[in-house]
Design a protein around this ligand. Structure first.
Ligand SMILES: Cc1ncc(COP(=O)(O)O)c(C=O)c1O
Length: 396
């Protein structure tokens, strides 16, 4: 028998030697501002529940009622017998929220990206992707039979060059799909969708944005980057997640109805993986209700973002180009980021270290994410801990 265990052990040892092996910390309570992690009380700065909705009474109640009515799972993939009226209602609500013609649910943002990119870009087509796009977009490109190219991060001049090359010397006669994150998950900076659409229009390319970190955060009532930048009329496709500001689980495509119908016929995650459980779908619908009727969460998120980001900058940390609630504190090497994250944790702040392969080794960081659930006291206390630990490590 092949000694797979020995191979895994030696790979793990090599990761450990480079401080690249980390088991996930365990949480003993809801995703809130303060939580218990590995038995220790900490201020939480690593959660994507931007609006603090995971314990919102209306959301919890909707999930409870859905379990009573439908049970805990659909028991089938969507095209066989896994489509309930709740799934259709959720798709209609999300489409209205995103101001698109239609929406299609997937099991996660990851499978939505993989499914949409690999299904729509086929042999003879070409995909052009921002170099800092999420792993699920990269995997969608890998699964697609289309050729591909990568443009330098948010460099729309470079995107134009690649488009020109594709339509010229490369003679791409098929579709060209240009894909970008809306908010980049590790840096918290925002794509310029207008500049991207300008370049795409010139070369007859299709635009796609992954709005995972923008939905619930940017635009009116949190409708996302397309709304924030007023490009609804110029934008083709959106993919999103239901695991961040809508803090449940799942993903979705939002765009033209005919594209949705094609995905229903062809997208493999839709065809071959079970549909979302009823309490999940009901909770998502309730989150949309809350986002549309309770603007105070979005306002508090941005007040908190400004306070915390300004605080980190004043302390002298390198916070990169972030303009959103995702604020990196860039420290350099992975080992240093791991150490920083550890000493922050020991002092009562949970800010996850982010290292290769999530970011380039020299851009290793701890990533902070504030939410509407944090109070000023939580954030001030976190800043005090950052100051103490940053000095200890010689970062400031
Ligand atoms: C930009 C981006 N896209 C997609 C995903 C995947 O979303 P999900 O957690 O729903 O699979 C993430 C999750 O981290 C993300 O940050």
């Amino acid at each position: 028998m092949h000694n797979l265990n020995a191979w895994c052990s030696s790979e793990i040892e090599s990761l450990k030697a480079r401080s690249l092996f980390h088991l996930p910390k365990v949480h003993f309570g809801p995703a809130g501002a303060r939580t218990v992690v590995n038995g220790k009380k900490v201020i939480q700065l690593s959660n994507n529940s931007y609006l603090g909705l995971s314990t919102h009474p209306k959301v919890v109640e909707a999930a409870r009622k859905a379990i009573e009515k439908y049970g805990v799972g659909s028991g089938a993939v969507r095209p066989i017998s896994g489509t309930m009226d709740l799934h259709n209602e959720c798709e209609e609500r999300l489409a209205r929220f995103k101001k698109t013609e239609s929406c299609l649910l997937f099991q996660s943002g990851f499978t939505a990206n993989v499914g949409v990119v690999s299904t729509l870009a086929v042999e003879g087509d070409h995909i052009i992707s921002d170099e800092l796009n999420h792993a699920s977009i990269i995997d969608g490109c890998r699964l697609s039979k289309a050729s591909r190219a990568v443009y330098r991060h948010k460099d729309y001049g470079h995107l134009r060059e690649l488009l020109r090359e594709a339509r010229g010397p490369k003679s791409i006669k098929g579709k060209i799909l240009v894909v970008t994150d809306g908010v980049f998950s590790m840096d918290g900076d925002v794509a310029d969708l207008k500049a991207c659409a300008d370049a795409c229009d010139e070369f007859d390319a299709i635009t796609m944005v992954d709005d995972a970190h923008a939905t619930g955060v940017l635009g009116a009532q949190g409708r996302g980057t397309v709304d924030e930048q007023h490009v609804h009329e110029r934008w083709s496709l959106t993919v999103g997640t239901l695991s961040k500001a809508i803090p449940v689980v799942g993903g979705y495509f939002a765009g033209p109805r005919v594209v949705k119908e094609y995905l229903i016929a062809k997208a493999r995650p839709f065809l071959f993986s079970c549909s979302a459980p009823p309490p999940v779908v009901a909770a998502v619908i309730a989150c949309i209700d809350v986002m549309e009727t309770e603007p105070q969460h979005l306002k508090k998120l941005w007040d908190n973002t400004k306070f915390f980001k300004d605080g980190l900058k004043k302390l002298g940390f390198n916070t990169g180009d972030s303009t959103t609630p995702v604020t990196p504190v860039i420290v350099g090497q992975g080992a240093k980021a791991a150490k920083f994250s550890d000493i922050l944790f020991n002092n009562g702040v949970f800010a996850q270290g982010i290292y290769f392969p999530m970011v380039a080794e020299e851009k290793s960081r701890v990533r902070t994410i504030v939410s509407a659930a944090h109070s000023r006291e939580d954030l001030q206390e976190a800043l005090d801990v950052f100051k103490k630990c940053g000095k200890e490590l010689g970062l400031i």
